[in-house]
Design a protein around this ligand. Structure first.
Ligand code: HEM
Length: 136
């Protein structure tokens, strides 16, 4: 049954691949937002608590955070490309919501987001190895 609340509607509205696209859009959107909020707070430490700022920078240099940042970059690409897909469909091509075209467009969006992300993932992955495992 479709939910009456707009924020919950997506959970029941889409099926299979559409459901995946919707969930990824929500998770990446909230993930980017969470990062942005944390990053604004830790950057403000420069002014309010300089000793904590250095600690925050150290945390960003840790392996889990650096890996997280690699996935953050993919999140931005996926959310951006999928957002543009939704905008194009909603505003100009509502007939493309028809199932087969919509499913194909999700696969294209996923492929495009991974392709755009790979160079950054490579450079950032290399930085982790250089900074943490190669000394100097
Ligand atoms: C690259 C530029 C961006 C584009 C083109 C874009 C596009 C969109 C669109 C079209 C929606 C509505 C989705 C729908 O109708 O189902 C949306 C939702 C959302 N966006 Fe973005 N967005 C962008 C950047 C961002 C950024 C930077 C953030 C976080 C700071 C963000 C956070 C969110 C959140 C939390 C939602 C709600 C998701 C949901 O309700 O499931 N977006 N975005």
């Amino acid at each position: 049954m479709a939910s009456r609340h707009p924020a919950l509607e997506g959970y029941t509205r889409y099926r299979a691949v559409g459901q995946l696209a919707f969930l990824l859009h929500r998770i990446t959107g909230l993930g980017i937002l969470l990062f942005l909020v944390i990053h604004i707070i830790d950057t403000s430490f420069v002014y309010f608590a300089p000793e904590l700022y250095d600690e925050a920078i150290q945390i960003y240099r840790s392996i889990p955070f650096m890996i997280g940042e690699i996935f953050l970059v993919w999140s931005v690409f996926y959310h951006g490309f999928n957002g543009i897909r939704i905008i194009i469909f909603d505003l100009w091509k509502p007939e493309w919501w028809e199932k087969d075209i919509a499913v194909k467009s999700v696969y294209w969006t996923l492929a495009l987001s991974i392709l755009a992300w790979l160079p950054a993932a490579y450079i950032m992955g290399r930085a982790i190895i250089e900074n943490h495992f190669m000394g100097g």
